[in-house]
Design a protein around this ligand. Sequence first.
Ligand code: NAD
Ligand code: IPM
Ligand code: MN
Length: 373
Amino acid sequence: MQKIGVIQGDGIGPEVIGEARKVLDVACERNGTSLDFEEFPLGATHYLKTGEVLSDETVSRLEEKDAILLGAMGDPRVKPGVLEKGVLLRLRFHFDQYVNLRPVQLFDGVPCPLAGNDRKVDMFFVRENTEDFYVGLGGRVGRGKSRAELDLVRKAYEAKFDVGIDLKGEDELAYQIGVITKGGADRVVDFAFKLAKEKRMDLVTSVDKANVLTDVYGLWREAVERASKKHGIAKEFLYVDAVALHMVRNPERFKALVTPNLFGDILTDLGAALQGGLGFAPSGNINPEGISMFEPVHGSAPDIAGKGLANPVGAILSAALMLQTLGHVKAAEEIERAVRDVLAGRKHMTTDAGGRTSTSAMGDAVASGLRAL
Ligand code: NAD
Ligand code: IPM
Ligand code: MN
């Protein structure tokens, strides 16, 4: 039996994962699949009670799982980054989940914020997930440092980079380094082209900022050139600022996109807005040879937590993506179909998309839609 580690996490995490579990149970029952779930109570409450973010022992227990299903991390009571980096990013890195697959699809019945009826938003992002500005290489200089020490730093920077850094008086300096490796770029770009080929697409859009960040994204482009040749699929290079523009003006032009980590983070929130809101967007942190972790794109949404207002569709579709990755393709397709039917019916819509349906009523609607297939 395949084993799933469940991390409901913070804020609306438990609410949306509750609905995903409800739907998973029905999908598995219909398809004679049984999954063994184990809950891991990680997140703000656990941290504030025990002082522990994520123990090595918990990581070892997660290593025994076939997949992980996660709600969201982050809580206003905890300093930004402690839980997000300490749990979410640590797991993505530990399990080397180098692909962050984020489909962006506007379902029939869901209002799109763009002008014009009948907008066709249907693309997928392959976001690099273990490199770029997420590697955690950074530091701050100057806090409590003397003028002489700051002068030393300034001189070293100026000598190395041929740029002047103006450190005045008791000024401080912070830096964060983005890293792209050839191997790291090749493997994720290759995944994107392979997926495009499977989906019979003829173009992959590569996102970067190679006009300014010439080193990291110069290397990135070379990986895209190689994969394009290898798979016989055309590529286009667009700068991230222009991609943002085109996504709003003409999202229909995009089908398959591959992007470095940070730009992928930002553009997939924009993508979520195009598909009707963050609550609709699913994602999978994938290691094709290892343990993958599935989670909605959204965060813990403290502003609506505990009110039954969260849209559980992104979490439900993330669970479907998990089933698909675990080989239960029919069960996954059934969940997607049930979601599609419920949304197209326009009877059930959560408040983020202009409706009045509660989180659990939305989960119930998908579960009963699934039973009725
Ligand atoms: P957020 O995604 O939590 O919320 C942004 C906005 O979207 C809020 O107005 C929220 O109410 C709304 N929203 C989000 N999900 C929704 C849903 N399912 N249904 C209806 N509305 C929804 O982003 P934020 O406010 O920037 O961050 C809150 C916390 O979550 C922070 O601690 C942040 O670091 C964390 N975060 C975690 C993840 C993750 O665990 N994957 C992702 C993003 C943010
Ligand atoms: C996401 C989130 C995370 C990211 C944060 C919470 C670390 O925004 O999954 O999109 O930046 O990847
Ligand atoms: Mn994000």
